[in-house]
Design a protein around this ligand. Structure first.
Ligand code: EPU
Length: 302
């Protein structure tokens, strides 16, 4: 979708929003898949209520993009514009055991920065690509921990009230890869309370998690992490593996040979290829195990 109206273009500049025409979502997502649309880069949180009002009044549909690492975007010209926060400098400020983090901060860099200042707890998430906002929205977790356990306050743009609000951690429910945020809420910043730990000890935990991840996941390939959520008490990866589906492909969309719940873009895969592979696997698992797999990856398909 292209914003052409000069009045909107002028107003965007007044709101300090950078407009990039025809941005390729394939370049903004870890899967390397996705068509083109206008990208609106937001430099100030305060401009969000006016920006969203401007888009609504002019009937411009929009979506919020974080780090693009858990996302499968449709092909071709996309029927909505994409909003993304510009990362401020600094993006993490420490105050005792509290880390004040901007949603646009890189998750891995935030974990390492806190570690260097003797704040731990997040070791399990090292190696998970994406922004802190994205991790927060979906309650990213690994190796027995989840980010939600450390959240003390969230600053967000609430689409329902069209205002910027602050929520305490205990006002938010954090479940397995799910939170009580509304789909159109936009994460802006978070305060995490992290346990004190000596850097050396955190580093050891980080090394162990890195090693586990390297040995079981296709880190060098384009993916969106796990495609399906694990059903209660079972492992989607193990079920797909047991069906002998590793390496199965549709076009360049392929089930990783290393981990069967990672679907990789082995070249020039399209969303159509990837979605066909996802549907095929879901059907086979349903037939063989009687289990309906739910997407873990977020799909933006017009
Ligand atoms: N397994 C297989 N074959 C495979 C993959 C896994 O037999 O191809 C078996 C493993 O041997 C193991 C079991 O399945 O016994 C579970 O595998 P793994 O330890 O890799 O964990 P997972 O349940 O597949 C989950 C998360 C990952 C997270 C890891 C580590 C989900 C959907 N996945 O994977 O998160 O990194 O645990 O904690 O919850 C993600 O969120 O995108 C993601 C990759």
């Amino acid at each position: 979708m292209r914003i052409r109206d000069p009045i909107i273009v002028t107003r965007l500049a007044e709101l300090d929003v950078e407009l990039q025409h025809d941005a390729a979502l394939a370049k903004l997502t870890s899967l390397g898949i996705g068509g083109t649309t206008d990208l609106l880069r937001i430099k100030k949180h305060q401009s969000l209520p006016d920006l969203l009002n401007l888009l609504d009044v002019n009937h411009v549909p929009h979506k919020f993009l974080g780090g693009g690492s858990n996302l499968l975007v449709g092909d071709g010209e996309l029927p909505w514009v994409v909003l993304q926060l510009v990362r401020p400098e600094p993006d993490v400020v420490l105050d005792g055991n509290f880390a004040h983090v901007d949603a646009a901060a890189d998750l891995g860099r935030m974990i390492t920065f806190c570690a260097k200042n003797d704040l731990g707890g997040m070791e399990g998430l090292i190696g998970v690509p994406g922004t802190v906002g994205g991790a927060l929205r979906m309650n990213a977790g690994a190796y027995g921990m989840q980010i939600g356990s450390y959240v003390r306050e969230v600053k967000l743009y609430r689409a329902a009230s069209r205002t910027i609000e602050f929520l305490r951690g205990d006002q938010i429910s954090f479940e397995y890869r799910h939170t009580s945020f509304a789909p159109d809420d936009m994460m802006l910043a978070v305060i995490l309370e992290l346990p004190s730990k000596p850097f050396k000890e955190i580093l050891q935990g980080i090394r162990i998690c890195n090693e586990k991840r390297r040995s079981s996941q296709p880190l060098g390939q384009k993916s969106a992490g796990c495609i399906f959520k694990n059903p209660p008490g079972a492992s989607a990866g193990r079920m797909i593996d047991e069906l002998g589906l590793k390496g199965l492909s549709v076009g360049d969309a392929q089930i990783s040979n290393r981990h069967a719940n990672f679907f990789v873009n082995a070249g020039h895969a399209t969303a159509k290829d990837m979605l066909a592979l996802v549907a095929d696997v879901r059907e086979r698992v349903q037939k063989s195990f009687g289990v309906s797999l739910e997407n873990e990856v977020v799909v933006w398909n017009a």
